[in-house]
Design a protein around this ligand. Structure first.
Ligand code: ZN
Ligand code: ZN
Length: 140
């Protein structure tokens, strides 16, 4: 009895931003709304109505490698992988792509200057002006 009395005192009807994140992380873990409510000292109704309003886990991202939902933590950079293993696996299988995004030293076909193009070796012009110049009819 004492425990539920304490819980009642702490039950809140408003959520802090970190509560929302905690709810989403627990939902990813498959924890029931009632259990989430008691862990966060929130009223179950608050949790239920939050879930009803956000059925799709708005902050949840899925792992780039395996597609599993990835838990996010407040104040951290968005995590893209569910685990280090997935991060390594993704990098290993996308090494070509990562490398292809290297830069290329190309020659502008308008002004003849060398320029650096990131990830695109088919660029023809060093800048927008050269591109526009190339389309302008020659005025001799
Ligand atoms: Zn993963
Ligand atoms: Zn140019």
């Amino acid at each position: 009895m004492a425990v539920s009395a304490v819980l009642l005192i702490y039950w809140r009807n408003s959520m802090k931003p970190q509560d929302k994140l905690a709810i989403e992380n627990m939902r990813l873990d498959g924890i029931t709304p009632a259990e989430i409510a008691s862990r966060l000292h929130l009223s179950p109704n608050t949790v239920y109505s939050h879930i009803r309003r956000h059925p799709k886990l708005p902050n949840a991202r899925t792992c780039l490698n395996c597609g599993k939902p990835v838990k996010q933590f407040d104040g951290h950079k968005a995590k893209k992988y569910c685990s280090d293993k997935c991060r390594m696996a993704w990098w290993n299988s996308h090494q070509d792509e990562v490398k292809r995004k290297a830069f290329y030293t190309l020659t502008c076909s308008q002004c003849g200057k060398e320029f650096i193009s990131y990830g695109n070796k088919d660029r023809k012009f060093c800048c927008r002006e050269c591109y526009l110049d190339s389309r302008r009819p020659l005025q001799l």
